[in-house]
Design a protein around this ligand. Sequence first.
Ligand code: ZN
Length: 323
Amino acid sequence: MDNLSGNGSAEERRSGGDFSRLLSKEDVKILSQIDNRKFIAALLQEIATIALTIVVSAYAAHPLVYVLAVFILGSRFQAMGILMHDAAHYRAHTHRSLNEVLGEIASFATPFSMQGYRVNHLTHHRELNTDKDPDWVRTDHADYKFPKTASEIFLLLGKYVSGARSFRELKGILTDKYLNDYPARLKLLRASLVLFLVTAAVTMGFWKGLLLYWLLPSLTALAFFSYVRGVAEHYGLEYEHDLNASRTVIAPAWELWLFAPHGTNYHLDHHLYPSVPFYRLKELHHRLMANPAYAGSAHITHGYITGLWRECRACRPMAPRNA
Ligand SMILES: [Zn+2]
């Protein structure tokens, strides 16, 4: 399993401490068990929430309800992307083909395919926060350098939520060699489905709905939530060892639902044990906290709009990129 989860070179990568045996092999094996029903239930729940949000907004026909709908849709598109992430780690279903199909279904709420995302993401796990980590390289610009002043952060969040950053992000995704490294037949299938949807929208007269409830939330709210989650996972940290090169955020339920659903707030725990599916990450975190080596060194932040905000404004120097 470990070769699939992509976290095999942690010991070579970091010299700040050996945290490779925080849990017993038996514990990891139990926590890594896949419950096929959980992923499907979560996927259906997200699809139902998206559908209900669109219906309520269309029925209400009120600008404020629509703005609320855009934020809910952006957060649920991100939630679908987080489910896709589990499929990229082969955690969606024990049947390999079904895992792939479910992952590609979830990926439709995001700008990339699950298979392309997997190539990118497993490299990210293997080469975390180095010049070989595609996520780290892609975010090597001012938006991800911390600390920042409050006004700089507000301005930046405004750029993401207004869609001003979306075309640059989209261009990066569409031209990325890792994210586009997947079979041509899957590319053709994805392009055909988009073309079919757009053609149907134009000929059947629901193109406006497609713009209002898919394109616009993707370019604004999804970009906003993705940026906040991305910063929370790996930026403004100490980068001394494996326990402070990623962040786990403990937050109230409403923040988790909006910013980091499906256990993605336990990102440090996920990097340590990527074989654990999303519905067991909370239990994984509690077991890790029982180990003094983890509890004493893990970077744990409390709250997105409280703790993360404070840390992004704190005067912590950025580590060298090749640390
Ligand atoms: Zn991962």
